[in-house]
Design a protein around this ligand. Structure first.
Ligand SMILES: NC(=O)c1ccc[n+]([C@@H]2O[C@H](COP(=O)([O-])OP(=O)(O)OC[C@H]3O[C@@H](n4cnc5c(N)ncnc54)[C@H](O)[C@@H]3O)[C@@H](O)[C@H]2O)c1
Length: 447
């Protein structure tokens, strides 16, 4: 099939590349000239494990194309995916300006009788498929007819950054919201190679598909947040969250995943999607109370380490220097959107501390955002030089079994504040460290 993907960010680039991998001819469109030049030249613009190999192969095979020109990008496409940003607006609702702007432009480009499917892959509130339909008609000067000239389908994306290629190539399920038989058939054909092992393509109406995405993300954010609250209870009651996690996670109804406590959820999806769902609820006069609590708890959780660090240093960190391991909002990505590390950095800088950070992939993005407000190290060990303590904000695998002799030699104090529970408390006790982690006993060395 011939496919266009509008918006070539995390979702668009993975979507375009993976569709080309199954033999489709894909044109990715973006307004970012620099990004498109790089991609055309064979340079991948995001860090996503496994994506580069697929990207290079399909680019060479001539199945993957890039352009900044919408008209050129969609000319031959049977299916047009919108993988555009839907950032939070000032009131927390999803800002649809990019999606509706492109929909209007498409209205001016599509030709009568040349049927195309326009697919919302962005995360969008319930009712957006209708708005996109109206925007396309408006853009066409009221000449195009839905159902005859185009259909709008909701196909939310569930990929996780860090394992996005696997998630896309072998999805647990594909959700397709459409009431058009024609669109349903084409979408079914497109996704058939991805669900050969029997995972379902679930067809439903557009509104249910749109809500499914928000429900999934809000549920996962709630699960994480619930466990973060249990972790706090563990600290207050002298229980160990690792044990509690294993105890509850082995119940099939609960499941083992998303039960790891930490310093809050971040990233480009959970925070904005929870906020947008709460806003959607408010718009229909429904007080979605759980979501309000989830957002409030998560807000606190992001800087939960900061008062603990201050307490260790007698109430103030002014003049202290910290090593920070991990900047990305989670491992295996360079994405720093809403990363808890950024909140910790801002709070510590405000309190008069200095920081040298290390992250395997995300340092360039933070450098662009923060300039020289913090230092950047070439390795996790270099970051430790002259530091008063080590703070861990992202659970990259390479941080899990570090050389403690090197850490001890570099740090001024044997103190680790671990927002991701990377180390065994017993081990840290044997090493004689002060070790604060989430929901477990704080290890205090005996003098
Ligand atoms: N990142 C994820 O893990 C993830 C997962 C599932 C769903 N989503 C959703 O997918 C959507 C896209 O997310 P993302 O993370 O890929 O965003 P992103 O910011 O990484 O990428 C968006 C791209 O769209 C481009 N763009 C903006 N306006 C444009 C226009 N008029 N024409 C062409 N290109 C334009 C931008 O230049 C950018 O490259 C969002 O709604 C998000 O909520 C994201």
């Amino acid at each position: 099939m011939k496919i266009a993907v509008i918006g070539t960010g995390y979702v668009g680039l993975v979507t375009g590349t993976c569709f080309s991998e199954t033999g489709n001819t894909v044109t990715c469109v973006d307004i970012d000239e620099n990004k498109i030049q790089k991609l055309k030249g064979g340079t991948i613009t995001i860090y996503e494990p496994g994506l580069d190999k697929l990207f290079v192969r399909n680019l060479k095979e001539g199945r993957l194309h890039f352009t900044t020109r919408l008209q050129e990008g969609v000319a031959d496409a049977e299916i047009i995916f919108l993988a555009l940003p839907t950032p939070p607006g000032e009131d927390g609702s999803a800002d649809l300006r990019y999606v509706l702007g492109v929909a209007r432009d498409l209205g001016g480009i599509l030709k009568k009788g040349d049927y195309k499917i326009i697919v919302d892959k962005s995360t969008v509130p319930v009712g957006t498929a209708d708005k996109v339909t109206r925007a396309v008609i408006e853009g066409s000067g009221n000449t195009l007819v839905p159902g005859a000239d185009f259909d709008v389908v909701s196909n939310p994306e569930f990929l996780r950054e860090g394992v996005a290629v696997d998630d896309f190539m072998k999805p647990d399920r594909v959700v397709v919201g459409t009431e058009s038989e024609r669109a349903r058939e084409l979408m079914g054909d497109l996704y058939a190679p991805f669900v050969r092992q029997g995972n379902p393509v679930i067809f439903m109406d557009e509104r249910s598909a749109e809500l499914t995405k928000y429900a999934a993300n809000a549920f996962l954010a709630t699960k994480i947040t619930f466990m973060n609250e249990i972790a706090r209870m563990c600290e207050l009651l002298g229980a160990d969250v690792d044990m509690v996690r294993r105890g509850v996670g082995s119940d099939e109804r609960i499941g083992k995943r998303f039960l790891f406590p930490g310093i809050g959820y971040g990233g480009s999806c959970f925070p904005k999607d929870v906020q947008a769902l709460a806003k959607s609820a408010a718009e229909v006069n429904y007080d979605f109370r759980i979501l309000e609590s989830v957002m409030a708890v998560n807000e606190d959780q992001k800087t939960y380490l900061v008062p603990k660090i201050k307490e260790y240093f007698g109430g103030s960190v002014a003049g202290k220097h910290f090593a920070l391991w991990g900047l990305a909002f989670k491992p295996n990505t360079d994405d720093i959107r809403e990363a808890p590390a950024l909140y910790i950095i801002r709070a510590l800088l405000d309190a008069g501390a200095t920081i040298t950070a290390f992250d395997p992939e995300a340092m360039n993005n933070v450098r662009q955002l923060m300039g020289d407000k913090i230092g950047f190290a070439k390795s996790q060990y270099e970051a430790l030089q002259n530091a008063d303590a080590l703070i861990i904000a992202t659970e990259w695998n390479e941080f899990r079994t570090p050389d403690f002799d090197r850490i001890t030699a570099a740090l001024k104090n044997k103190a680790v504040f671990d927002g991701r529970n990377l180390f065994e408390t017993d081990h840290m006790e044997k090493l004689g460290y002060y070790y604060f982690s989430i929901g477990r006993k704080t290890i205090t060395p005996t003098k």
